[in-house]
Design a protein around this ligand. Structure first.
Ligand code: HAM
Length: 434
């Protein structure tokens, strides 16, 4: 848009906001097919659906995702309503999910409570290939249990979804960033390392020293990447329970033959994580062959308290970046269930027939007979040629005579043989066709 849409300015160019697009045609079906498959896998693993609002209180997102993260510092979309509320478009699903858990008192239900959810999320990110400002995530989360098998379950179910979508070369990047017992000592060591190397630290990362020093580990700055090679790693600082938890998660992965790589610099861009953090990588990568993080997740045992709960709710989850899946060269183009190949092409001729056409189409729909039509066309030739082009095996021809007789002509497009069939017998007749 050349001019801002303020309501006062004249629109000079018709376009959607930058980084936000219309989903349609093949891309729409690709998304829908993926969501159907992902839900199916999630349901087999025992996850139940939930859908939280697209807008949340700004303080929930800021408190949940945390200061010092790119999301809160740069990418959050906020608005003040006419009633004076400060709201934010959700930049992810996890803080809203935990809000729902606490708000509905789900602590009283049998634990863990397992949810899947999917939908658009919003981040004022720099748009580029595979990076949008409105994008779609599919999440799996187990809330209310701190056992390592929950981490393994989330990883396994996520891997299965990605494999069903066509990914073949998956591996897990994994790390443990400890809990409140051991993280303090680690952070002290880490900040002291950066302080010693302050002159080599770019300004953005120096800023992070104050807000969120852990994030320096996943800095994209070249100088910092070099410094990080020698930085102390969190695993060496884990307390005994965290060490045990991490060891168990890795044992589960080995038992399931899931390839993993311990990445000591993996901290993830959200501040609510404790213990396990992970990303699933497709080694084959995108069109340029660059390995792609298809999703990320981890444990977030303190998020509940961070957003105002009186009690901790141990939890673990994962989020798949769906835009990246459907654009990947290996994506299987999962077809949504509602898409049916038409078996019949409906042709109408003359005003009397056109008048009754929609009634016949409704009879076919109710009987689940998939059809195609071009009701706006009038001539037999143009309608037949579309049927041929679409390679539809049968045509129903409904002309003036048939409209008066309450019948139709059914034409076999392969050999051009035809039968006249009474409307009352049509469904029976169609059932007999191959
Ligand atoms: P995240 O790593 O921020 O985690 O996002 C998950 C995935 O969303 C990324 O791995 C990526 O595939 C995709 N993604 C992120 N930003 C963009 C973008 N601008 N355009 C397109 N795709 C993008 C979370 O959001 C956590 N809530 C995950 C989680 C669930 N942790 C626990 N439960």
């Amino acid at each position: 848009m050349k001019k801002a849409h303020t309501g006062k300015n004249k629109i000079t160019e018709v376009s959607s906001p930058k980084g936000m697009r219309d989903l349609m045609n093949e891309e729409y079906y690709s998304f829908q097919g993926f969501f159907e498959k992902a839900q199916e896998v999630a349901v087999y693993y025992g996850f139940k659906p939930i859908e939280t609002p697209m807008l949340e209180h700004q303080e929930l997102i800021e408190g949940g995702v945390g200061a010092g993260t790119d999301i809160v510092d740069k990418e959050i979309y906020t608005l003040k309503t006419k009633g004076g509320d400060h709201l934010a478009l959700r930049p992810e699903h996890t803080a809203p999910l935990m809000r729902a858990y606490v708000e509905h008192g789900m602590q009283t239900m049998p634990q863990p409570v397992m949810f899947y959810q999917y939908g658009p999320v919003f981040r004022h990110d720099k748009p580029q290939r595979g990076r949008y400002r409105q994008f779609w995530q599919f999440d799996l989360d187990c809330l209310g249990n701190d056992k390592s098998i929950m981490d393994a379950l989330v990883i396994k179910a996520s891997m299965s979804i990605l494999e069903e979508a066509g990914a073949t070369d998956l591996s897990v990047d994994i790390n443990s960033i400890g809990d409140k017992e051991c993280r303090g000592a680690y952070l002290k060591e880490l900040t002291s390392y950066y302080r010693k190397n302050l002159s080599g630290l770019p300004a953005v990362d120096r800023e992070r020293m104050k807000t969120n020093p852990l994030r320096i580990l996943d800095s994209k700055e070249e100088k910092t990447i070099k410094l990080n090679e020698q930085a102390p790693d969190s695993i060496s600082f884990l307390c005994a329970p965290c060490k045990k938890h991490f060891k168990e998660v890795l044992e589960y992965l080995e038992e399931m033959n899931i390839a993993y790589n311990i990445n000591k610099n993996l901290v993830r861009g959200l501040s609510y994580y404790t213990r396990t953090v992970f990303e699933i990588i497709e080694q084959g990568g995108n069109e340029d062959g660059i390995p792609l993080a298809l999703g990320g997740g981890g444990r977030y045992d303190y998020l509940a308290r961070q957003i105002g709960s009186k009690k901790d709710v141990p939890a673990v989850g994962f989020s798949i970046g769906v835009d990246r899946i459907v654009a990947a060269p290996w994506y299987k183009k999962l077809s949504p269930r509602i898409l049916k190949k038409p078996k019949i092409y409906f042709i109408q001729l003359g005003a009397e027939a056109k008048l009754k056409s929609l009634n016949i189409i409704e009879i076919l729909r109710k009987a689940h007979v998939p059809i195609a039509q071009s009701l706006s066309k009038d001539s037999l030739g143009s309608q037949l040629s579309i049927a041929e082009k679409l390679s539809i095996p049968y045509a129903i021809i409904f002309g003036v005579k048939e409209a008066l007789d309450n019948s139709v002509i059914v034409r076999d497009m392969s050999n051009r043989s035809q039968d006249t069939v009474k409307l009352s017998k049509l469904l029976e007749y169609l059932k007999e066709l191959k």
